[in-house]
Design a protein around this ligand. Structure first.
Ligand code: KG4
Ligand code: ZN
Length: 342
């Protein structure tokens, strides 16, 4: 089954065609991130205006070499996300489904991130179930239990900021550009022994305890307090070392919490695999920390390659293949605050 999927929940305009939730035939993504960088974050109206401009050319490029007869169904992200952005994708999907007379499948963007691990990559192994799935994106940090590839049970999530948001907000405090995750990772890689002279110590919020929820907003406050303290007492010539010391500790704090909570969930639910997806799953230190624990816990780790961690329509199509529940075009709608707790 070939599914054409459309994703416009944030600042990307993406179209993909995927066969049987596995083989990516085409994957086109246009982003307004360079424009958003100027503002230090996403400006919803700027994102939506760009999506209106990009939608038809992206669709046209994705369909090159295909005709409507090749497509079996249309899938589209209906939420969660920015209302103006979501509407661009949903209206396009409705129009295509009507014009081509194809089934229309609504997709939850956060749940769909998990299905990036089903997309074919030479190094990806078959998944051993039951599995624990961690979704770490710009707006979400959620844990799910998966009995098999079709069932998802929400176990916990962030009570305030998401992990990606924590990277983005703390990066901003350090004067690093948007999006902050890759910038923090780059600066943390510059961390050298001499940076140790800056004694940066940040909290690991909700590190242990019974709940499988997360909280990252305290990290931002702690970074601000420590940053002020250290920048007031250091000559500005040490700025690069200081930034790398902070970036290193921010990355350590966020990844420590993510790994510890996910392993607790794996232990409680006797999981055989851990799936990590969403933009933050592109972080190498996070993957290294999980890898260090695998043999102790006898777990398999599945992380999509970085290009499938960040937003695209590929895993929207993969999700729609496993959750093939078409709806009428009269009943489909953009739902900005669509729940991820299922
Ligand atoms: O999944 P995604 O592309 O978009 C959303 O659905 O939100 O995730 C974007 C988030 C941003 O917060 C970005 O800073 C973070 O993923 N991110 C990273 C890395 N690459 C992207 N965080 C840490 N390390 C990275 N290498
Ligand atoms: Zn996403």
């Amino acid at each position: 089954m070939k599914i054409l999927a459309i994703e416009t929940s944030c600042d990307e305009t993406a179209v993909a065609i995927v066969t049987d939730g596995k083989s990516i035939l085409t994957n086109i993504v246009a982003s307004s991130v360079d424009l958003q960088k100027k503002y230090g974050g996403i400006v919803p109206e700027v994102a939506a205006r760009k999506q209106v401009e990009f939608m038809v050319p992206v669709l046209h490029e994705a369909m090159t070499g295909f005709t409507e007869d090749d497509i079996d169904a249309i899938a589209v992200t209906v939420g969660p996300g920015l209302i103006g952005s979501l509407l661009v994708g949903v209206e396009t999907a409705k129009t295509l489904a009507f014009a081509w007379n194809k089934p229309l499948i609504p997709v939850n963007h956060v749940l769909a991130h998990i299905y990036a691990v089903f997309l074919f990559e030479p190094n990806l192994q078959p998944i051993r179930f039951p599995a624990i799935a961690l979704v770490v994106s710009g707006g979400h940090t959620e844990l799910y239990f998966m009995e098999n590839e079709k069932t998802l049970k929400w176990l916990g999530g962030t009570l305030d900021d998401a992990a990606g948001e924590a990277f983005d907000k703390t990066a901003r405090l350090l004067g690093l550009p948007y999006p902050g995750g890759p910038e923090i990772e780059k600066a943390a890689n510059q961390f050298k022994a001499e940076s140790l002279k800056f004694k940066v110590k940040l909290p690991r919020p909700m590190f242990s305890g019974e709940t499988l929820n997360f909280s990252f907003s305290g990290l931002k406050t702690a970074v601000l307090r420590e940053w002020k303290k250290l920048t007031n007492s250091q000559p500005t010539t040490h700025n690069l070392q200081l930034i790398s010391a902070f970036a290193h500790e921010i990355q350590e704090a966020i990844t420590d919490v993510l790994v510890s909570k996910t392993l607790s969930a794996a232990h409680i639910y006797q999981a055989k695999s851990i799936i990590v997806s969403g933009g933050v799953a592109a972080n190498q230190r996070l993957k290294d920390k999980f890898n260090l624990q695998l043999t102790t816990y006898n777990l398999q780790l599945l992380v999509p390659p970085p290009k499938l961690c960040v937003d695209s329509a590929t895993y929207i199509a993969a999700y729609a293949f496993y959750h093939h529940h078409p709806v009428t075009r009269q009943s489909i709608d953009a739902i900005p605050n669509l729940s991820v707790e299922i």
